[in-house]
Design a protein around this ligand. Structure first.
Ligand code: SUG
Length: 449
């Protein structure tokens, strides 16, 4: 049966701002407190979705979350009506208000880990929402993420949903940002490649010194068990702690896989040779031939990779089987990376074209093309079972652009976050969005008005 990879992109929410909230994420830290432009951010994301849909690729959209998250502020002791809660938080604990306003759910590579039906024991597509417990502002995403995913993939005959893992350090889980699937083709059984930053229980494994390792081995193993993956269909590998200390806070900042291709930096993994050998053997057992493109540090340093987000790219298979690499514009503004890319497409390898997109609003918070999408490999029948409201079409694109123009501000600063009016604006935008995307009542304000 025919199968596809569908990219579901996170729609940027109306409170997009630069809160400096992610220690270890260089862009987030260095752009802290800058004024943001939510309207521009949403338009940049929609332009990428439209361009990829126009290429004939399967494209969907994932809704943003209700922000500021007043319920989260109430759990921290702020009281009164919604406006009181926001004003009190702004007065007494601005960093908590900023965190409760973050539009970080746009980076949907962190929403969940997804295993296609060809890999799972019960033949269904499995989703585990990520607990994102390393950062407070992200740890509040998963309950709504679960409801949104359920509303999008709501047929239990095809889709199985697991709640986030226990939100403690031992099970730190960042979702698909640390997970790649290699396969002969999307409908065939593949090898799911889980990359972790540290082990919670095995103290012999090295760990980074400077920045946190967000993903644990134990979380990755739990997800593989929940999804019913077989030992022959998984590889667990440790990320090189030295690159985490240089700002590689997720594996998708230093590697991306698609089909039989793994495009990665030479320094991405702790024991590259053993990792590649295991991937090669397990993929071969499933009829595939691993093609690893290892980028040498002599051509692109880890610092170049972190600055340009070369590996936070989308590696996409076109109808003729050739691959397109979708990179952020920052790669073209970086002379060494740009000339590497020119050489890459001339090599005669699987990647034959590079397209750059302006995603600056998201990039300034450390989110490139790969962060903005959640990949779901689906058979034709499974694709037909997805809520059609979330599949990108010309009409949906036009409707969403109008919706953004009507509801989004073009400038947001800390003072605006403290204004309860922003909450009202955001809620009326999201209320309309759930009708556009036919999601039903997924937001707390719609469920407990
Ligand atoms: O979790 N940035 C996100 C970026 C996530 C990128 N995702 C992937 N690599 N898949 C993070 O660090 C910054 C928010 C702020 O500072 O306002 C932030 O959350």
């Amino acid at each position: 049966m025919k199968a596809f990879e569908v990219n579901f992109d996170g729609l940027v929410g109306p409170t997009h701002n630069y809160g400096g909230l992610s220690y270890g994420n260089v862009a987030s830290q260095s752009n802290s407190q800058q004024g943001s432009n939510p309207r521009e951010a949403a338009r940049q994301g929609l332009a990428k979705m439209k361009a990829l849909a126009d290429l004939g690729l399967q494209q969907g959209v994932l809704a943003p979350q209700e922000r500021p998250d007043v319920a989260a502020l109430r759990r921290l002791g702020f009281t009164g009506n919604d406006a009181d809660v926001i004003r009190q938080a702004a007065r007494e604990a601005m960093p908590l208000l900023v965190a409760s306003c973050s539009a970080s759910s746009m980076w949907v590579a962190n929403a969940a880990t997804v295993s296609p039906s060809a890999d799972t024991a019960d033949g269904r597509v499995h989703f585990t929402a990520a607990n994102l417990n390393c950062k407070y502002h992200r740890s509040i995403e998963h309950p709504t993420t679960s409801r949104v995913l359920q509303a999008m993939f709501n047929d239990p005959a095809h889709f199985a949903h697991h709640p986030a893992l226990p939100a403690v350090m031992q099970f730190g889980d960042e979702g698909a940002a640390n997970h790649t699937r290699l396969c002969r083709d999307y409908g065939a059984p593949g090898v799911e490649f889980f990359v972790y930053g540290r082990s919670a229980f095995d103290s012999r494994l090295p760990a980074p010194h400077r920045y946190p390792a967000r993903q644990t081995l134990e979380a990755s193993q739990a997800v593989a068990r929940l999804h019913g993956l077989s030992a022959e269909g998984v590889v667990f590998a440790q990320q090189n702690p030295a690159v985490i200390d240089q700002g590689v806070f997720h594996n998708d900042v230093i590697a991306v896989g698609n089909g039989e291709v793994l495009f990665h930096h030479q320094d991405a993994f702790l024991d590259s040779e053993a990792v590649l050998a295991e991937l090669h053997a397990k993929l071969a057992a499933k009829g595939g031939q691993l093609q690893a493109i290892s980028v040498p540090r002599a051509a692109v340093t880890v610092e170049d990779a972190v600055r340009s987000y070369l590996f936070n790219s989308q590696l996409l298979t076109r109808a003729d089987g050739s691959m397109l690499l979708v990179v952020p514009e920052e790669c073209r503004n970086h002379p060494r990376v740009s000339s590497y890319l020119d050489g890459l497409t001339r090599q005669g390898g699987p990647i034959t074209e590079v397209q750059a997109f302006d995603l600056k609003q998201s990039m300034q918070n450390g989110g490139g093309p790969a962060c903005l999408r959640l990949r779901v490999a689906l058979s034709e029948v499974e694709l037909a079972a997805v809520n059609p409201g979330v599949i990108m079409t010309d009409a949906l694109h036009a409707t969403l652009l109008q919706w953004v123009s009507r509801h989004y501000r073009d400038r947001l600063t800390d003072a605006d976050l403290a204004d309860p009016q922003l909450l009202d604006e955001s809620r009326s935008a999201l209320d309309e969005l759930t009708q556009i995307l036919k999601l039903g009542s997924v937001y707390p304000f719609q469920r407990h008005p």
